[in-house]
Design a protein. Structure first.
Length: 217
């Protein structure tokens, strides 16, 4: 009798035990993958198109060409610089700020959000197969929009997830969203995505070894 009671108690307990990965699962969105914004001075935001164009041309002449200019080009450089300075702009300072702005934008595109790293999450998106086994995707990119990386430039690295799923997911078209579940890890990864017109390398910030992949409902 004691043996039967112990068996029933064990069965009752098991029936209500929820695996840790399921119990702690947190639904997130793509916005949650973005890092916290870092304020920085962007003087280019207030400049008009002509100013940006002139500054870009001046940068090309003075920096990119490394001063190897003929007389006509030097005259154009002088005119461009004078025009910008007359508008109250400092080209040399703007060239320095350009590097700062570019670096901040790059960080915003590749940095992870520490608030989601190490968490068991569920994230919806669209699947782009990278490796297939028995007609199932065992490695793929999860992207936020239909056609990302195929018909448009790829999203920022922290707006894509490299997913490994040993069980494999049978792909039923690229326009059907899915849910992935697993631990979100911050790990830079480069994937070769093969397209109709050739191969492109895609950089991602996050990696998930999925515990489940399900059709989005």
């Amino acid at each position: 009798m004691n043996t039967i009671r112990m068996a029933l108690a064990a069965a009752f307990t098991v029936a209500f035990v929820v695996p840790a990965t399921a119990r702690d699962l947190q639904d997130i969105t793509w916005v949650d993958l973005l890092p916290e914004e870092r304020p920085y001075h962007d003087p280019f935001a207030k400049m008009d198109y002509d100013q940006i164009s002139d500054l870009s041309e001046l940068y090309h002449f003075e920096v990119m060409s490394q001063g190897d200019l003929d007389d006509a080009a030097r005259a154009e450089v002088k005119a461009l610089r004078a025009s910008l300075e007359e508008q109250g702009l400092d080209p040399d300072q703007l060239f320095k700020q350009r590097e700062i702005v570019m670096n901040q934008r790059r960080l915003a595109a590749i940095e992870p959000n520490p608030d989601v790293v190490g968490k068991n999450v569920r994230l919806p998106g669209y699947l782009l197969p990278l490796e297939m086994v028995d007609q199932k995707a065992v490695e793929f990119l999860l992207v936020p929009t239909v056609g990302a990386c195929i018909h448009t430039p790829p999203p920022p690295a922290n707006q894509m997830v490299f997913v490994r799923y040993e069980e494999g997911f049978e792909v039923d078209g690229l326009y059907n969203p899915v849910w992935i579940s697993g631990e979100m890890r911050a790990q830079s990864h480069s994937s070769a995505l093969y397209l109709v017109d050739g191969q492109t390398d895609i950089e991602t910030t996050y990696v998930v070894d999925a515990v489940s992949v399900d059709a989005y409902q």
